[in-house]
Ligand binder design. Sequence first.
Ligand code: SF4
Length: 339
Amino acid sequence: MNNFSYTKANSVDEAVSLTHANEENKIIAGGTNIIDLMKYFVTEADTLIDINPIDGIAEITELDNGGIRIGALMTNADTAYHPIIEEKYPLLSKAILAGASAQIRNMATNGGNLLQRTRCYYFYDINTPCNKRVPGSGCCAMKGYNRIHAILGHSENCIAVFPSDMCVALASLEAVVHISGTDGDRILKFSDFHRLPEDTPEIDNNLKKGEVITGIELPEKGFSKNYSYLKLRDRSSYSFALVSVATGLELENGIIKEARIALGGVSHKPWRVKEAEDFLAGKEANPENFEAVADIILEGAVGFEHNSFKINLAKKAIVRNCMMALDPASQRPGAKPSL
Ligand code: SF4
């Protein structure tokens, strides 16, 4: 870890100003990822800006449009267990609780969840080439051990995946990200927040210099009747997804009125295919249609030496999770899906 200064920001404006002043100044909130990155010399900071003293962005606000705004500084745990999230957005609660450990969820913030970096092994090993860490140096994962890597949206420069569970649910719920910067406030659709690696894998998202996330807005529709989050991983706790699926269905007499399906663990950002969701509209909620939609979502998927299994795994996970969404009782702790 390099030597760095530490300061506190008491307002969003102060955080923006300190962040904008020097690209090597980094924000710290829960610190559950950036401290690791600094310890491993993956990231350095001139100054760590602690935003915890900022008032008003660690809570949930109900909005006139029927939606809610979740503060960026609220912890993952407080968000998952908040009565409004449990009642109106149980898919989000379920996804958050599938991530990390209880201890980490108690520290990690919602803004930090969006900004966490990939867990590609080579990214964290400064003795290996990695285009995300050192642009132009190469990608060890491409021909190395790539079990946890991407099958969709990857480029010849990077095959890393974005590790969040929470963000998979936020993508399916069509969240909006509230951002403050030197040019004022703006909002970004969740689908536009994270980016694919293309030629610049070092850039994870579309935040501009000095911008700070202040909140996440959810629309009124939370798919609280028919939802499911399924996370498949190498061990049953404290492990990142090989494949995860967030599903929200709106049903009428067994016919799908609206479907939302997002995948995690398969790409550089949560993966959602609008045409696939449109395909399900007006169709019966049955395994045949869910298999067909899985094929549309996974069209163009390409695996590597150690992760090609993910394509078939993702297909089965989509079908299974859509079936589980028909039976919300399967989402209760300890419940077995009735498939
Ligand atoms: Fe680096 Fe991306 Fe390659 Fe991993 S997959 S080694 S993060 S360039």
